[in-house]
Design a protein around this ligand. Structure first.
Ligand SMILES: Cc1cc2nc3c(=O)[nH]c(=O)nc-3n(C[C@H](O)[C@H](O)[C@H](O)COP(=O)(O)OP(=O)(O)OC[C@H]3O[C@@H](n4cnc5c(N)ncnc54)[C@H](O)[C@@H]3O)c2cc1C
Length: 286
């Protein structure tokens, strides 16, 4: 991972480039150089970076820091946290993806509020594009080519499960006997009041997801996978990410087969037995 910083004081913002293919700053710049308006904006100049012997596009991560326009952006409804940083990436020539519009204070489980938030978010994206064109060097000719098809909601409902994973379970890196997957992502909570993301590291870098947290308390033959499992807001801050949610699928499938073979409901299955079966299949739960 390589970072190329531009002086954040004189220009008020900087670009960080993390290129998977670059090994030195100069190489990172070269790889990044075909994202013309980005590079023009940091005064680095630009050229063609596609390798002569490959038709592969390079993939670049970067961070724009808008500290000097903080108030103006806040008035538009845009918040970039303590650092004033907006991160993005670029896969295609002359197109950058910006992770910019975050709306807070709406209830994603209420369909009316969800629609209102969607309208608000799209309007804010249009305002932000205008801001970029008007204020940020290199974006003068930029326009929106795509926004997300629908608004993404970080958290709404969880089941009431046989076990609710607590914040303490997560922070202490607890791995219960009936763990069926591990979560290795830190607790990443976006404050519902100001949208600022706070990270808390997990002891030993991982905690276990108990089978019981996938089993609803009051329904017999049902398992819940993905982000709806039984967890506190704090634990959810870690386990909600995609890698973890993917990891809950295999235990659900395996549990269904084991329960069927044993002639019991999935909720009656012993989680320790399920764990042993998963480990026999190569799943690492240590
Ligand atoms: C703004 C935002 C940014 C995020 N950033 C990251 C990130 O950088 N990295 C990361 O790892 N995670 C990130 N996450 C979290 C992550 O994307 C989700 O928590 C995760 O994808 C949840 O997985 P899931 O399988 O539980 O649900 P989903 O991924 O939401 O999958 C549920 C699927 O079910 C479908 N569906 C819904 N209802 C029905 C129905 N009735 N019939 C058929 N299909 C239906 C939906 O269309 C959807 O495809 C982010 C989330 C948000 C909102």
């Amino acid at each position: 991972m390589v970072k190329v910083y531009h002086d954040p004081i004189t220009r008020g913002w900087k670009v960080t480039v993390n290129s998977w293919y670059a090994h030195a700053s100069s190489e990172a710049l070269r790889c990044a150089a075909h994202y013309e308006f980005m590079m023009a904006a940091i005064g680095a100049g630009y050229g063609k970076a596609r390798k002569p012997d490959s038709d592969r596009e390079d993939y670049v991560w970067f961070t724009l820091v808008f500290k000097q326009w903080e108030q103006e952006l806040a008035d538009m409804g845009l918040r970039f946290g303590k650092l004033g940083a907006c991160w993005g990436n670029s896969v295609y020539e002359r197109i950058v993806n910006l992770n910019a519009v975050k709306v807070i204070g709406w209830d994603g489980a209420d369909t009316r509020q969800l629609s209102q938030a969607e309208v608000h978010a799209r309007r804010t994206a249009v305002r932000f594009a205008k801001f970029l064109r008007d204020r940020v060097p290199g974006f003068e000719e930029a326009h929106i080519v795509r926004v997300a098809p629908f608004i993404g909601v970080r958290e709404t409902r969880h089941i009431e499960g046989r076990y609710e994973i607590s914040g303490e379970d997560a922070v202490s890196g607890r791995i219960p006997e009936d763990a069926i997957a591990l979560c290795g992502y830190p607790i990443d909570i976006h404050d519902p009041k100001d949208g600022v993301a706070e990270f808390t590291q997990i002891a030993n870098g991982r905690f276990g997801i108990p089978f019981r947290s996938l089993v609803p308390k009051k329904i017999g033959n049902l398992l819940v996978s993905g982000r709806g499992i039984s967890a506190s807001d704090v634990a959810f801050g870690a386990l909600r990410v995609m890698g973890q949610c993917l990891a809950f699928g295999e235990p659900c499938g395996t549990a269904t087969v084991l329960a069927h073979e044993a002639g019991v409901e999935v909720s009656e299955l012993d989680g320790r037995m399920l764990r042993a079966e998963l480990e026999r299949g190569g799943v690492m739960i240590v």
